[in-house]
Design a protein. Structure first.
Ligand SMILES: Cc1ncc(C[n+]2csc(CCOP(=O)(O)OP(=O)(O)O)c2C)c(N)n1
Length: 675
C-alpha cells in the first residue's frame, strides 16, 4: 500500500502514464546532476527532489500558452513544458547555446516561446509579474491564467503581500502556489510566520484558497485544473498551499544539519515519485517492466543530451555583443507611417507642424494622450490617476477618454505595479507607471534595477515600461517629496534615464520613451510643471533619447546641465551678459551624449557641470571623469561641479534655498572665468 491515496478522477491510463513520465524525468535529471556535482562537472545546484509533484502537476494542469513564473526548485516546470534537455543542460553549463548565452545561472532564465518567465534571485518579485501576464490575457479577452510560485519563506516578503492584494483588487485570473517545505534555508516556518497555515492568508486578501498534499501529483494536477477553471470563470485569483518537504539541503553545499532526521524519515515515506509509481503498478496501469523501460529510456536520453552539452565550446567573450545585448533594439515596424515617426529622423515630424504655447505639464499630458491614441496596447497605471487625474492632474480626463481598463488606479504598492507592468510587457503591452512622487520609487526599486533593467541582457526579453518620476525641490516639500534621485538609476545598465527641461522636449521625449522597447525612467521636474511654457508642436513626434541639445552657444564657459539647471543657467546668462555661457542641456542621462559633451567642452575649454542632485555620486562626477579621460587637451581649467549640498532636502524654504546649488552658481562661474 502507498501512504497516499490517489484519486485518478476521469484520467485515462495514458494520461496517468504521461503524468508519471513527467514526474520521473526531473527526478532522474536531478539524480544525475548530483553525481555531476560531486564530480565537479557542474557548479551550484538547488534541488527540488521531493517537491517535483508541485511543479509537474501544476504545469501539466495549465495550457501551454499560460505564463508560469517558476523558482529555483521548479525543474519540473521546464521539463513539463517539454523543453529539450540539451539546451537546458547548456544553460546549466553556462555555455553560449543555453537560454541566456552563459549570462545566467541554473534556473534564472525564461523562454517566451514556452511562456516561462525567468526568475531573479530576489524572492517575491515574480509574483507581481504573474499579475501583469494575467491582466494582459484579461485585456485581450483570452481565457488564460498565469501561475506563480512562492516558497514558505518567500511569503514573508512584502512583494508576496503586494502581489496577492493587487490580484484580488483587480480580479485577475492568477494562481498563486506556495510550496511549503517547512524551511526557508535553515529557518523553520515557526520563525517565519504566526498564522496557523499559510493558506489562511487568502481570506485576508479576499480570495479563495486551499491547502493540499503537494507530494500527491494527482491531487496537485486535479486541484489546479479545477482552480484554473474557477479563475477563468470568475476572473479571480486563487491561493494554493502545497505541503511538501525538501529532501536535500537548501543548495547542495549548505547541507541539512538544521533539519531533524525524523523529518527525513517521515517524508521519504511520502516520496512523490515512488508513491505514484507504486500506485500505477498496484492499479495495473503499468507493470514493473514498463517502469524499467521508461527509466532506461530516460537514462539514455539524459546521457546523450548531456554529451551534447558537454561538447559545447567554451564561451569566447565578445565585449561588443555583451554591451549590445543590454538593450533591446527598436524594430523598423515601430516607425509606422500613421505615427508620423521616421526612425532615422524621429523629430522630422515637427518641422512642418503648427505649434501651440503650452505649459510643461500640458506637454506631458499631450504626449500621454497622443500615445494612448496611437497604441491600443498602452496601459497607464498609478495611484489616483483615474478619476482623480493624478496628484498633479496629468492624467485628468484620460479615464473618460480611454476607459478604466487602460487608465488604472492602483493600490499603494509601487513594487507590485512595476512588476505588473513587466508582466504586461511579456505579453506585448507597453505601460506607463506614474510614481506619485519620484521619492516613492525607492519601494519599487528592486523591480526596476533588478528585473526591468537586466531582463534583456539575461534572456532577451524586452521590458517596455516607462516610469514617470515627478521630481525635484524648490517647493518646500521636505526630504521625501523633493529628491533628485536620477543618479540611483544612471548607474544601472539596461535602463534609460530621460530628463527634459522644456515643454517641447518633455512631449517628444515622453513619446520616444513610450516607443522605446527598453525601460525608461522619465524625470519631470514638478517645479517646472506650471512655471514654464513654450511652443509645442501639435503633431505626434519624438525627441530622440540619447541626444543632448545646445541651448545657447557661447565662448567663455561651458555649462553642462539638465532639468532646472538649464533654467538657472539661462537666468544667470540674462543677468550677466558680460560672460558668454555655452549651455548644453543633456536631456538624457543614460545613455549620455558623449559627442555633444565633447563639442561643448571644445566650445570654451572651461567646464562647469550643474545639477540639482546632491554632489557626491551625482551624474556630474561621471561626466567630469569622462571629460578628463577623453577631452583633457581641450580643457583650460579644472572641471567644476555645482550641485546641491550633501544633506537630505530640508523643508524650511530658506534652508532649501541654501541646499540647492542655484545660489552657488554665480561664484563658481566667476571662479572659472577668472582661472
Ligand atoms: C529577497 C531575498 N532575500 C534573501 C534571499 C536568499 N535566499 C535564497 S533562497 C532563501 C530561502 C527561501 O526559502 P523559501 O521561500 O521557503 O523557499 P525554498 O528555498 O524553501 O524553496 C533565501 C533566504 C533571496 N534570494 N532573496
Amino acid at each position: 500500500m502507498t501512504v497516499m491515496e490517489f484519486n485518478r478522477d476521469h484520467l485515462s491510463n495514458e494520461e496517468l502514464i504521461f503524468i508519471y513520465r513527467n514526474l520521473l524525468l526531473p527526478r532522474m535529471i536531478e539524480e544525475k546532476m548530483l553525481v555531476l556535482l560531486r564530480q565537479g562537472k557542474i557548479s551550484k545546484w538547488f534541488s527540488g527532489i521531493g517537491q517535483e509533484a508541485i511543479a509537474v502537476g501544476s504545469t501539466l494542469a495549465l495550457k501551454k500558452d499560460e505564463w508560469i513564473m517558476p523558482l529555483h526548485r521548479n525543474l519540473g516546470v521546464f521539463t513539463s513544458r517539454q523543453m529539450g534537455l540539451s539546451k537546458l543542460f547548456k544553460q546549466w553549463q553556462g555555455v553560449k547555446d543555453g537560454y541566456s548565452k552563459g549570462r545566467e545561472r541554473s534556473f534564472h532564465f525564461g523562454s517566451a516561446p514556452h511562456y516561462i518567465c525567468g526568475m531573479i534571485s530576489h524572492l517575491g518579485p515574480q509574483l507581481a509579474l504573474a499579475n501583469g501576464a494575467a491582466l494582459a490575457a484579461q485585456l485581450k479577452q483570452e481565457q488564460r491564467v498565469a501561475l506563480a510560485y512562492s516558497g514558505d519563506g518567500g511569503t514573508s516578503e512584502g512583494d508576496f503581500h503586494e502581489a496577492l492584494n493587487v490580484a484580488a483588487v483587480w480580479n485577475l485570473p492568477v494562481i498563486f502556489i506556495i510550496e511549503n517545505n517547512g524551511y526557508g534555508l535553515s529557518t523553520p516556518t515557526n520563525e517565519q510566520f504566526r498564522c496557523e497555515q499559510l493558506v489562511d492568508k487568502a481570506k485576508g486578501y479576499g480570495m479563495e484558497g486551499v491547502r493540499i498534499d503537494g507530494n500527491n501529483v494527482l491531487d496537485v494536477f486535479n486541484t489546479i485544473k479545477g482552480v484554473r477553471d474557477y479563475c477563468l470563470e470568475h476572473q479571480r485569483p486563487y491561493l494554493i498551499e502545497c505541503m511538501t518537504f525538501r529532501m536535500r539541503g537548501h543548495e547542495e553545499a549548505s547541507g541539512t544539519k538544521y533539519v531533524p532526521s525524523a523529518l527525513f524519515e517521515e517524508w521519504s515515506q511520502k516520496d512523490p515519485v515512488m508513491n505514484y509509481e507504486q500506485f500505477l503498478v498496484q492499479q495495473n496501469i503499468m507493470d514493473q517492466t514498463a517502469v524499467e523501460a521508461i527509466r532506461t529510456e530516460f537514462r539514455a536520453y539524459i546521457e546523450s543530451e548531456l554529451k551534447d552539452a558537454f561538447e559545447s565550446p567554451d564561451i569566447q567573450p565578445d565585449t561588443t555583443e555583451e554591451l549590445a545585448d543590454v538593450y533591446a533594439k527598436r524594430h523598423l515596424q515601430d516607425s509606422l507611417p500613421e505615427n508620423n515617426i521616421n526612425i532615422e529622423d524621429p523629430a522630422a515630424g515637427i518641422h512642418n507642424s503648427p505649434a501651440t504655447e503650452k505649459r510643461f505639464i500640458d506637454a506631458i499630458s499631450e504626449a500621454l494622450t497622443q500615445s494612448m491614441e496611437r497604441h491600443d496596447n498602452l496601459i497607464l497605471m498609478g495611484q489616483d490617476i483615474a478619476e482623480y487625474g493624478g496628484a498633479f492632474k496629468i492624467t485628468e480626463g484620460m479615464v473618460e477618454q480611454f476607459g478604466k481598463a487602460r487608465v488604472r488606479n492602483t493600490p499603494l504598492c509601487e513594487s507590485a505595479i512595476i512588476g505588473a507592468a513587466l508582466g504586461l510587457s511579456l505579453e506585448g503591452y507597453k505601460s506607463m507607471v506614474e510614481m506619485q512622487f519620484a521619492d516613492f520609487v525607492s519601494v519599487g526599486f528592486n523591480q526596476i534595477v533588478n528585473n526591468l533593467a537586466k531582463m534583456h541582457y539575461r534572456w532577451g526579453q524586452s521590458a517596455q515600461v516607462v516610469v514617470r518620476m515627478p521630481t525635484g525641490a524648490g517647493v518646500g516639500a521636505g526630504p521625501f517629496h523633493s529628491q533628485s534621485n536620477e543618479a540611483w538609476f544612471t548607474h544601472v545598465p539596461g535602463l534609460k534615464v530621460v530628463y527634459p527641461a522644456n515643454p517641447q522636449d518633455a512631449k517628444g521625449l515622453l513619446i520616444a520613451a513610450i516607443n522605446d522597447p527598453n525601460p525608461v525612467l522619465f524625470f519631470e521636474h514638478k517645479a517646472l510643471y506650471r512655471s514654464i511654457s513654450g511652443l509645442v508642436p501639435n503633431t505626434y513626434y519624438e525627441t530622440p533619447i540619447g541626444k543632448a541639445a545646445t541651448v545657447k552657444r557661447g565662448t567663455d564657459i561651458t555649462l553642462i546641465t539638465y532639468g532646472s539647471g538649464v533654467h538657472w543657467a539661462m537666468e544667470y546668462q540674462q543677468a550677466h551678459p558680460e560672460i558668454s555661457l555655452h549651455i548644453l542641456d543633456l536631456r538624457t542621462l543614460l545613455p549620455l551624449d558623449y559627442g555633444a559633451i565633447r563639442e561643448a567642452v571644445a566650445a570654451t575649454g572651461k567646464v562647469l557641470i550643474l545639477h540639482e542632485d546632491t554632489l557626491t555620486g551625482g551624474i556630474g562626477g561621471e561626466i567630469s571623469a569622462w571629460i578628463s579621460e577623453h577631452c583633457f587637451e581641450l580643457l583650460d581649467a579644472p572641471i567644476l561641479r555645482c550641485a546641491s549640498l550633501d544633506t537630505p532636502i530640508p523643508f524650511n524654504i530658506q534652508l532649501e534655498k541654501n541646499f540647492l546649488p542655484k545660489n552657488r552658481l554665480p561664484q563658481l562661474i566667476r571662479q572659472l572665468h577668472n582661472y
